[in-house]
Design a protein around this ligand. Structure first.
Ligand SMILES: [Zn+2]
Ligand SMILES: [Zn+2]
Ligand SMILES: [Zn+2]
Length: 258
């Protein structure tokens, strides 16, 4: 599997509009963070996790031509808002092209169907609306998208439960996490690669701080840990080289192979 980090920023993105801070004003390309999303690819399959508000730009940069499915972590705007741009992937294909399946938990699917109702009401419409179908996931119940096994796992995001995904029992992605339930941790101990949120240095109610993410990372015993959903409070150049072995800040455009 090839994983491409399409975006590694928090909901504001980095730089943040109007912010005079050093990171936002930095010329370092590692400090340019679009909203968080990853692309997972094998020879036969392309899966997107979340459609960020920057999806159009991210898809162009990744030279994305088609998608097998989208997995949603939760319903917050910075993880949903690019959904409408999925239609571009169907524009050059005929009506026979299958709708893209959107996998999400109950609340996220309900929110998508409310905010993007028109995508579900005109399934034959081409070009003007994406053609999608919703598929509700159940935590701890795995399913296959072609050659990729997907296991949705519950994690806390503040006091809400959202979804992280373990793929092919070797890679797991947990954005917007503030607490890992022991029941989910059991499934991801000793994996090859795990991605966790690391928002900033000081604590936040709904996200791991960098320090909290490092504590969780040690419990997981993964070969490699990448941190994402990073805010403008973290300067890549001064933080990433000092992280413990096996841990690093992800950055936009980073490609890893599992
Ligand atoms: Zn977010
Ligand atoms: Zn800033
Ligand atoms: Zn969120």
């Amino acid at each position: 599997m090839k994983i491409t980090f399409l975006g590694t920023g928090t909901s504001f993105g980095v730089p943040m509009i109007g912010c005079p801070c050093e990171v936002c004003q930095s010329d370092d390309s590692y400090n340019k963070r679009l909203r968080s999303s990853i692309l997972v690819q094998t020879d036969s399959t392309s899966i997107l996790i979340d459609t960020s508000p920057d999806f159009r730009q991210q898809a162009l940069q990744a030279k994305l031509k088609s998608l097998s499915a989208v997995l949603y972590t939760h319903y917050h705007f910075d993880h949903l808002a690019g959904l409408d741009d999925l239609r571009a992937l169907q524009y050059h294909h005929s009506r026979e092209t299958k709708p893209i399946t959107l996998f999400a938990d109950k609340r996220t699917l309900e929110t998508i169907k409310k905010r993007f109702a028109y995508c579900f009401h005109s399934p034959t419409g081409i070009q003007n609306t994406p053609r999608v179908v919703g598929q509700q996931i159940t935590h701890f119940h795995s399913f296959h998208i072609n050659d990729i096994e997907v296991l949705p796992l519950p994690v806390y995001h503040g006091d809400e439960i959202i979804t992280g995904y373990c793929l092919n029992r070797s890679f797991a992605y947990f954005t917007d996490i503030s607490l890992m339930p022991a029941s989910s941790r059991e499934y991801i101990k000793g994996l090859d690669t795990v991605v966790l949120t690391a928002l900033r240095h000081h604590p936040h109610k709904k996200h791991f701080s960098l320090q909290e993410a490092m504590v969780e990372a040690k419990k997981l015993h993964a070969e490699r840990i990448f941190f994402t959903h990073v805010s403008h409070k973290i300067d890549h150049g001064s933080i990433s080289p000092g992280l413990p072995g096996g841990m690093q800040l992800a950055y936009d455009g980073l490609e890893i192979f599992i």
